[in-house]
Design a protein around this ligand. Structure first.
Ligand code: SAM
Length: 276
């Protein structure tokens, strides 16, 4: 595809041009002709053109006017191009239309990495897996272990809802224009969530967000500020003097299950996904 409009910073446009990296991603993704694949932000088609060689049909979501038009002209009926903001796309509807869970792939705009991750996580029943290029720093947070500086809300949610794997790093020089940060390819497998799941998903999220919101405070203080009554705190089996970054996913699941009876008292936490 020959499109050479100026890359738009506002749309996070850093186009992949390194053929080895493109091939490595496509090989790792391993799309099968019968699969229902969705690409986020196809841009100038670096991944798209190779996916098109493997698939009879692809759905893609691209916000850029010019690139959307060019992609549609280039690929015709083989490509269902949604000229939209990915955050407003109903992934469940696309899965339902083709009667198959989605496999999602994308070298996405880094400024909206967290909102995109949560958009996919929130429709995970319609998504099999997600292979995504992101800033190395964020990738390391997704796979971080407890008691490390990278471990936080994003680590817990990624490891709870999917099984994140950091596949490989990608040099800044593989993109045009060259971004300020290095990148990494991560895959999230929604068919392998943490098990057993928390009994109340909303409560689980509230406990994770609420305690990490007070990262330097102990779990006891975090729970107090969420309105958990003192007599209930005494019944919990977790050591409440720990800091949130010391708790594993299993600890958070246990904690949230032990707080089920007082769920209605707990203050909802509405953190903007961008700040995670
Ligand atoms: N996939 C291409 C590649 O690897 O060269 C382009 C990657 S570029 C980092 C991100 C792409 O996402 C751009 O094409 C940009 O226009 C598109 N984009 C930005 N914001 C978007 C949004 N909210 N929804 C859908 N696409 C978006």
């Amino acid at each position: 595809m020959s499109i050479h409009s100026r890359p738009k910073k506002s749309l996070g446009q850093n186009f992949l041009h390194d053929a080895n990296v493109i091939q490595k991603i496509i090989r790792a993704f391993d799309a099968q002709p019968t699969e229902n694949v969705l690409e986020i932000g196809p841009g100038r088609g670096a991944l798209t053109s190779m996916l098109m060689e493997q698939l009879p049909h692809l759905t893609a979501v691209e916000l850029d006017n010019e690139l959307s038009a060019m992609l549609q002209i280039t690929y015709g009926d083989k490509l269902t191009l949604l000229h939209q903001d990915i955050l407003s796309v109903d992934l469940r509807a696309i899965a339902a239309e083709r009667g198959k869970k989605l496999r999602v792939i994308g070298n996405i705009p880094y400024n909206i990495t967290s909102p995109i991750l949560f958009h996919v996580i929130d429709t995970r029943d319609a998504v099999k897996d997600f292979m995504v290029m992101m800033q190395t720093e964020v990738a390391q947070r997704l796979v971080a272990k407890p008691r490390t500086k990278d471990y936080g809300i994003l680590s817990i949610f990624a490891q709870y809802y999917a099984a994140p794997r950091l596949l490989f790093g990608v040099s800044r020089n593989s993109f045009y224009p060259i971004p300020a940060v290095t990148s990494a390819v991560v895959t999230l497998n929604f068919d392998s969530p943490y098990s057993p799941a928390a009994e109340n998903d909303v409560l689980f999220r509230t406990i994770v967000r609420g305690t990490f919101g007070k990262r330097r405070k102990t779990i006891r203080n975090g729970l107090k500020s969420l309105n958990v009554p003192p007599d209930v705190l005494d019944t919990l089996s977790i050591n409440l003097e720990q800091r949130p970054e010391e708790l594993t996913v299993a600890d958070f699941v246990l904690l949230s299950n032990q707080l089920l009876s007082v769920a209605s008292l707990i203050t909802p936490v509405t953190t903007n996904e961008d700040n995670v």
